[in-house]
Design a protein around this ligand. Structure first.
Ligand code: HEC
Length: 124
């Protein structure tokens, strides 16, 4: 009985870590909402928003030749899973005065997936 319980817990831990990592392929679909303003991939150019290649691990407000709000430049944030999750839930809540006009993603699954997708977009 004890052994079964341990096996069950291990399986649970495995599935929840898979969830936390997100599904990049599903995230590509979520990114459709972002692509009105953001480009990724080879040859991506700044648009309404900055290029998002290499954004995971990048200090906020630092992509070359993009005019960020002063709120973003002064935020002192670095984009990782935790900060991206908060920003994408409500940009203006994490960075008051951010010029990203986006209502936010409510679904935790969509959030994890779009962040997994962003992780795959390496800096040029
Ligand atoms: C309506 C246009 C628009 C949409 C849609 C949009 N963004 Fe943005 N985004 C912006 C703008 C503008 C900025 C710059 C914000 C600033 O300077 O305050 C920005 C900034 C960002 C940043 C910070 C980048 C950096 O270099 O510091 C991230 C990360 C980001 N957006 C991710 C996303 C994701 C992911 C989505 C889709 C879920 C999305 N955005 C949807 C316009 C948009």
């Amino acid at each position: 009985m004890k052994r079964l319980l341990i096996a069950g817990l291990a399986a649970l831990a495995l599935t929840s870590s898979a969830w936390a990592d997100g599904d990049a392929a599903a995230g590509a679909t979520v990114f459709a909402q972002c692509s009105a303003c953001h480009a990724v991939g080879a040859g991506a150019q700044n648009n309404v928003g900055p290029v998002l290649n290499g954004v995971v691990g990048r200090p906020a407000g630092t992509y070359p030749s993009y005019r960020y709000s002063s709120a973003m430049r002064k935020s002192g944030l670095t984009w990782d899973e935790a900060t991206l999750t908060q920003y994408l839930k409500g940009p203006d809540k994490l960075v008051p005065g951010s010029k990203m006009i986006f209502p936010g993603i409510a679904s935790d699954t969509d959030l994890a997936n779009v962040i997994a997708f962003l992780k795959q977009q390496k800096a040029e």
